[in-house]
Design a protein around this ligand. Structure first.
Ligand code: PEP
Ligand code: MN
Length: 263
């Protein structure tokens, strides 16, 4: 169902008044985790001013260690809803499991399925039963084919509003958090009609290097980006080492716009 052989023309994903996968590049930006009202509202305002069209923020966080910050959960969803109301930005947040799907779906415009859940088939089937757009992130060690088959699980249940997201894969290289596989962008664009986004933050995991990978992703043909931005990255409760501050994000957005216009 997701193959270009079956449907040659690009699929557009409609989120509120936005169209993803069309001519315009969309940037989803915000903190890894929602931490406080002040943090999420100030970030929403800053990323909107810089040109982002959607806000991200984790409420239910799938952390590698059970002793790390797990997110504000329901309170985080409520704060995202406030930020959405305050700024008009549409929101994406991760759905970690089927038990919290209904609560998350009620408060988000896009359901994010995280890398660690890319082959959680019960979750894929459950989000496939909803009619909410889904941002499906590539698994940490998943092939392009496996990503496409995971999308197939969602679309097979009738939810055609799927956006694929390259977010870096695990390789022998350990200077960076992951290896952002930009090969996946033109490959996916050829293989599937679904929109393709890139997450340069998790892809490289090094703050100073994120803007270069934002530019590279757009140059490679990505339909959009999802970028971590925090008011004070060294103090972030998660992923501060790869989060841009407001001025770094604003500068990177200017560069991304110039590349998008040149294409
Ligand atoms: C995130 O977006 O904060 C996240 C946990 O991403 P991933 O699932 O790609 O690791
Ligand atoms: Mn993160």
């Amino acid at each position: 169902l997701v193959s270009r052989e079956v449907k040659p023309e690009d699929s557009l994903v409609r989120v509120g008044n936005l169209t993803l996968g069309g001519a315009a590049i969309h940037v989803i930006a915000g903190p890894c985790s929602v931490e406080s009202r002040e943090q999420i509202i100030s970030t929403a305002q800053a990323v909107k001013a810089a040109g982002a069209t959607m806000l991200r923020g984790g409420a239910f966080k799938p952390r590698t260690s059970p002793y790390e910050f797990q997110g504000l959960k329901g309170d985080g969803l409520a704060l995202l809803a406030e930020a959405r109301k305050e700024t008009g930005l549409l929101v994406t947040t991760e759905v970690k499991d089927t038990a919290t799907l209904a609560a998350v779906a009620e408060h988000t415009d896009i359901l994010q399925v995280g890398a660690r859940n890319m082959q959680n088939f019960s979750l894929l089937e459950a989000v496939g039963e909803t009619r909410k757009p889904v941002l499906l992130k590539r698994g940490i060690s998943a092939t392009i084919k496996e990503l496409l088959m995971a999308a197939e699980y969602i679309v097979a249940r009738g939810n055609t509003q799927v956006i694929l997201c390259e977010r870096g894969i695990r390789t022998f290289e350990n200077m960076t958090r992951n290896t952002l596989d930009l090969n996946a962008v033109p490959m996916l664009k050829a293989l599937t009609h679904l929109p393709v986004f890139v997450d340069p933050s998790h892809g490289i995991g090094v703050r100073k290097a994120v803007p270069a990978m934002m530019r590279a992703a757009v140059a490679a043909g990505a339909d959009g980006l999802i970028v971590e931005v925090h008011p004070d990255p060294p103090r972030a409760k998660s992923d501060g080492f790869q989060s841009l501050d407001f001025s770094e994000f604003e500068k990177a957005m200017g560069e991304v716009r110039a590349i998008a216009q040149a294409m």
